[in-house]
Design a protein around this ligand. Structure first.
Ligand code: HEC
Ligand code: HEC
Length: 231
């Protein structure tokens, strides 16, 4: 399929072609080994919670490991350019620790398309937790948030790690999406189908990975909320 092919191309670009302007803009492509010799060793069994939270030395090691391995997609100093989730939005708790470790070791792929490469084999769990300690230590920006049920759902569904209500990164702001579809009666149905398949090209070159962990009911509610201005 045409669209599927275009995604694949974009994803190859994302996942590390040397010629890609993204990787050039953000530096190194080859995964860089991380020196964890100054950190408390953790053994082979994967932990469920970040043992280094708040540890100054881990934050220092994590900052450098992050800059070399993650910044080109997740943004310099963990300030997301919007093409990949803003890791600062992941709360400091066990659930998010688990997601962080798994996503980093295994990467993220759906239907054969790689949105993020796996770091297993390149990085020890010490390195991953050090990076987590670093991203947790970064100040979060205040974003417009009404704190209502739908805003909370958008956060829980991990939409807000790429999107903001009124700030456009590489991902469109909810209010710009609302403006664009203000006169389109068919928008809710179209957008639902799009989100489930993944989207690209309507706002820019950055693809949005298919949303596969949110129920249709929640997605419909989120789309309605976005189209109404995300208040
Ligand atoms: C080639 C680009 C790329 C690189 C390099 C990359 N990521 Fe990602 N990462 C992504 C994309 C895109 C997603 C979202 C994919 C999705 O939604 O399935 C993601 C998702 C994640 C998530 C899950 C976030 C969530 O809210 O579910 C974590 C955690 C993460 N990345 C950590 C890292 C760390 C740590 C590094 C460096 C060691 C890294 N990533 C390097 C592109 C990248
Ligand atoms: C990994 C980053 C990322 C995540 C996570 C993400 N989005 Fe997106 N989203 C994007 C990008 C990039 C675009 C622009 C795609 C394009 O140009 O077609 C987009 C586009 C959209 C659009 C507009 C589509 C169009 O065709 O105009 C809507 C609506 C949307 N996202 C809603 C959501 C919702 C709801 C969630 C959570 C369930 C979500 N997004 C999660 C990055 C993301």
């Amino acid at each position: 399929m045409y669209i599927a092919l275009r995604w694949t191309t974009a994803v190859v670009l994302l996942a590390g072609s040397l010629a890609s302007p993204i990787t050039q803009a953000h530096g190194d492509v080859t995964p860089q080994a991380v020196d964890v010799s100054t950190l408390k060793p953790l053994g082979d069994k994967l932990l469920e919670e970040n043992p280094y939270r708040g540890d100054k030395e881990a934050i220092r090691v994590g900052a450098s490991a992050y800059t070399q391995n993650c910044a080109r997609c997740h943004g310099l100093e963990a300030i997301s350019g919007g093409m990949s989730p803003d890791l600062r939005t992941m709360d400091s708790d066990k659930d998010n620790d688990k997601i962080f470790l798994e996503a980093t070791l295994h990467g993220r792929a759906r239907n054969g398309a790689v949105y993020m490469p796996p770091f297993q084999g390149v990085m020890s769990q010490e390195a991953v937790w050090a990076i987590r300690a670093y991203t947790e230590s970064r100040p979060k920006e205040e974003q417009a948030s009404s704190g209502n049920a739908l805003d909370t759902l958008a956060k829980k569904s991990r939409c807000n790690s790429c999107h903001a209500v009124d700030v456009r990164g590489v991902s469109p702001a909810y209010r710009d999406i609302a403006k664009k579809y203000a006169k389109d009666k068919n928008a809710p149905g179209k957008l639902l189908a799009k989100l489930k398949k993944g989207a690209q090209g309507a706002w820019g070159k950055m693809p949005m990975p298919p949303v596969d962990s949110v129920t249709d009911e929640d997605l419909k509610a989120l789309i309605q909320w976005i189209l109404a201005g995300a208040n």
